[in-house]
Design a protein around this ligand. Structure first.
Ligand SMILES: [Cu+2]
Length: 330
C-alpha cells in the first residue's frame, strides 16, 4: 500500500519534472508537452512497478542455503492474466484518444484537408532566383530604385502591416541543402524563417529535389517536404527568440548541414524587419531585371549603379566596353 502510494507520487512528480523537453516556443508545444508528460508519468510508474517486483522477487524468493526443493507448480491465473491485459489496453486507449485530441487541437486534421483542397503543382522559382542573387547588390545602389519598372511596385516609405485576418502565410522550399522562405504578401525571400509572435503562421512546404522535413524542436512540430506534393504546417509562436530549424529527413550527403533558424519577433519588430527587407528586395528586383536582360541595356547602364562601389572611372569603363559586350554575348 505504502509502496503503491510512493510509486504514484514519484511517477506524478517525475512526469512533470523530467526536464527532457526544450523551451515551449509555440502554442502547439503546450498540449504536446501535456501528452508527453502523461506518457512519462505512466512510463515511470510502469518502470518502477516492474523493476520493483523484480527486485523484491530476487531478494525474497532467492534460493536459501541447503534448499534443494523446487518451487510450487503454478498452471495459470486467469483473473491475474485478465488484469494485466486489461490495464495496458485501457492505458493504450486513453493515450490513443488523448493524442488524437491533441493532434486535432494543433490543427493536424485541418492541415490534411487544406493540403488536399489547395494542392498546387510547383512553387514559383523564377522570381526567387533573381531576388536571391540580387539581394547583395541592393545596398550598393539604393538610388537606382527611382525608374524601376517593377512588376509589383513596393512603396519603401509605406509602413508594413501584417495582413488582416486568417493565418499569416509563408512558403517554405526545401532543397539540397537549404531552406528558402518566401513571404507572399511582400515577395520577400529569406534563408532564415522570420515569424511574428502571437500570430498563427501557415507554412506551405514544398521540396525542389528530394524528400526533406521541416523540424523545429522548440515548436514540437515536424512536417515532410515532398517533391510535387505540397504539405503545410500551422503554428503560433509564443516566445520571441531564435530556434534551430533542422532538416529531419535524410536528403543526401550534406543532410546534416541543412540547418537554419526560425526567428520569432514581436509583431512590431516583425513589421520593422519586413519593411527593411522590402526596401532591400525592391532595389534588388531592379538589379535583377537589369542583369537578367542585357540585350535591352548597354553595359554602361548595367554598370552605372556600381561604378562608384567598384572604384573605376567612366573612362576605364569605356576601354572595357568591347570585351564586356563579348563576355555578355557568349
Ligand atoms: Cu534536407
Amino acid at each position: 500500500m505504502l509502496a503503491g502510494i510512493a510509486l504514484t507520487l514519484v511517477s506524478l512528480w517525475y512526469g512533470q519534472n523530467h526536464g527532457l523537453m526544450p523551451l515551449e516556443g509555440s502554442e502547439e508545444s503546450l498540449p504536446i508537452d501535456s501528452l508527453f508528460n502523461l506518457m512519462m508519468t505512466i512510463g515511470t510508474g510502469l518502470f518502477l512497478l516492474v523493476q520493483g517486483v523484480i527486485v523484491v522477487a530476487v531478494l525474497r524468493f532467492r534460493r536459501r542455503q541447503g534448499d534443494l526443493a523446487d518451487g510450487p507448480y503454478i498452471e495459470g491465473n486467469i483473473p491475474l492474466e485478465i488484469l494485466w491485459t486489461a490495464i495496458p489496453a485501457v492505458i493504450v486507449m486513453i493515450l490513443a484518444v488523448y493524442s488524437f485530441e491533441v493532434y486535432r487541437q494543433i490543427g493536424g486534421l485541418g492541415a490534411m484537408d487544406h493540403a488536399m483542397a489547395h494542392a498546387q503543382p510547383q512553387p514559383q522559382m523564377a522570381r526567387l532566383a533573381g531576388a536571391a542573387i540580387a539581394a547583395p547588390l541592393a545596398e550598393a545602389s539604393p538610388t537606382s530604385l527611382a525608374d524601376a519598372p517593377s512588376p509589383e511596385p513596393v512603396l519603401s516609405d509605406a509602413t508594413y502591416q501584417l495582413p488582416g485576418d486568417g493565418p499569416y502565410e509563408i512558403q517554405a522550399l526545401g532543397l539540397q541543402y537549404a531552406w528558402i522562405f518566401t513571404y507572399p504578401d511582400t515577395g520577400v525571400v529569406t534563408g532564415e524563417l522570420h515569424v511574428p509572435v502571437g500570430r498563427e503562421v501557415l507554412l506551405k512546404i514544398n521540396a525542389q529535389d528530394v524528400l526533406h522535413a521541416f523540424w523545429v524542436p522548440e515548436y514540437r512540430l515536424k512536417q515532410d517536404a515532398i517533391p510535387g506534393r505540397p504539405t503545410e504546417i500551422r503554428f503560433t509562436p509564443r516566445t520571441a527568440g531564435e530556434y534551430p530549424v533542422i532538416c529531419a529527413e535524410l536528403c543526401g550527403p550534406y543532410h546534416g548541414a541543412m540547418k537554419t533558424r526560425v526567428i520569432a519577433h514581436s509583431p512590431q519588430e516583425f513589421a520593422a524587419w519586413m519593411q527593411e527587407q522590402q526596401v532591400a528586395s525592391a532595389s534588388g528586383l531592379e538589379q535583377a531585371i537589369a542583369t537578367a536582360d542585357p540585350a535591352q541595356r548597354s553595359v554602361e547602364q548595367i554598370l552605372a549603379p556600381h561604378i562608384e562601389s567598384l572604384g573605376i572611372s567612366p573612362e576605364v569603363l569605356q576601354q572595357l566596353h568591347p570585351p564586356m559586350v563579348h563576355a555578355h554575348a557568349s
